[in-house]
Ligand binder design. Structure first.
Ligand SMILES: C[S@@+](CC[C@H](N)C(=O)[O-])C[C@H]1O[C@@H](n2cnc3c(N)ncnc32)[C@H](O)[C@@H]1O
Length: 313
């Protein structure tokens, strides 16, 4: 970026990637990075990149996939980095310059549903990680991936599946309504208020929101309908206890770019009395043992029919 050009205003995507996903805390950012690198490496292993290829990293964010791909393959790899956010794209262009990767990188400001700046049949591999969850028209995106891939080219994606967590909120609400006098109901009601500010929590809202209106099976069907072949789906369900963290870091983190932080929720949706009760109940577990979590990630590979691009296995 030209140092004399005015800074690009931040947006929800850059704010989340650079600050809110780790509560603006370096230690938490380090823990998270280890996990995210594992997701990225799975998607990259599935992509079967080789020397001399062109990769399109759709919704590149801060270049996680693109830069790890260059680290793996070296200077012969060409990477097209696209994103809907010009703020994050500028940031990532700066990172590419710092790493001296700029000659291998092309930055394209666009949505996944419209990759018009990328020519037909011009890339060997399309990768996208944790982007389609935010794309309203996922089929349009798959059609664009198909268009820009060379015959024989490969798609590799990794996406979180949020829908089950949203369904759990619907079930929790029913339980709360049916157990008004249960000793756990007060805390569960507040937990529901917290989580339902971060995810759709009614069946209608779940169906209407791109974040939750798909399962891994829906993605499988859509990709097939967009003419891809050799479609392979792997669903990874991992339950884990996150490491312990300070309360102020925990409440300043958001689980995804469109979600408010717990701190924002406590300030805007909780009474003072409820805030104190909730913190007393939750804080010891967060600070001493960490919060339990359930990760649902789907990994998909597919091929555009035709002859295999040179260099690919
Ligand atoms: C959760 S981040 C993931 C970033 C990166 N792919 C990674 O693996 O770290 C989601 C990214 O998708 C981008 N994004 C959101 N909606 C998009 C859309 N419709 N088209 C293209 N990119 C989009 C955001 O700007 C953000 O950079």
């Amino acid at each position: 970026m030209n140092p004399l050009s005015p800074p690009t205003p931040s947006d929800i995507w850059s704010d989340w990637l650079l600050h809110r996903r780790h509560g603006n805390n370096d230690e938490q950012a380090g823990h998270l990075q280890i996990k995210i690198n594992q997701f990225a490496d799975r998607v990259l292993d599935n992509a079967k990149l080789a020397t001399g290829m062109t990769l399109a990293d759709i919704g590149t964010g801060d270049g996680l996939i693109a830069f790890r791909a260059i680290d793996r393959i070296g200077p012969s790899l060409k990477v097209i980095l696209t994103d809907i956010s010009s703020a994050i794209l500028h940031h990532t262009e700066d990172l590419a310059n710092q790493r001296q990767y700029q000659h291998q990188c092309r930055f394209v400001h666009c949505t996944a549903e419209n990759l018009g700046a990328i020519a037909d049949a011009s890339v060997d591999v399309v990768i996208t990680r944790s982007v389609l969850a935010y794309v309203p028209d996922k089929k349009a995106a798959f059609n664009e991936f198909y268009r820009i891939l060379k015959p024989g080219g490969r798609l590799s994606l990794g996406e979180p599946v949020y829908r089950d967590d949203a369904f759990k909120l619907v079930a929790l609400k029913t339980w709360i309504d049916n157990h008004p006098d249960h000793p756990d109901t007060r805390l569960l009601r507040l937990a529901h208020r917290w989580k339902s500010a971060q995810l759709p929590a009614t069946l209608e809202a779940i169906r209407a929101n791109p974040l939750t209106n798909y399962s891994e099976r829906d993605l499988f069907v859509m990709i097939g309908e967009c003419r891809f072949g050799d479609v392979h789906v792997e669903l990874h369900l991992d339950s884990a206890t996150q490491h312990a963290m300070e309360w102020h870091v925990f409440i300043q983190s958001a689980p995804h770019p469109q979600a408010p932080t717990l701190k924002e929720i406590l300030e805007t949706r909780f009474s003072e009395e409820d805030r104190l009760f909730f913190e007393q109940a939750m804080r010891p577990a967060i600070e001493l043992t960490g919060q339990g979590s359930m990760e649902r990630m789907v990994y998909i590979t597919a091929r555009k029919p035709g002859s295999t691009p040179s260099g690919s296995s």
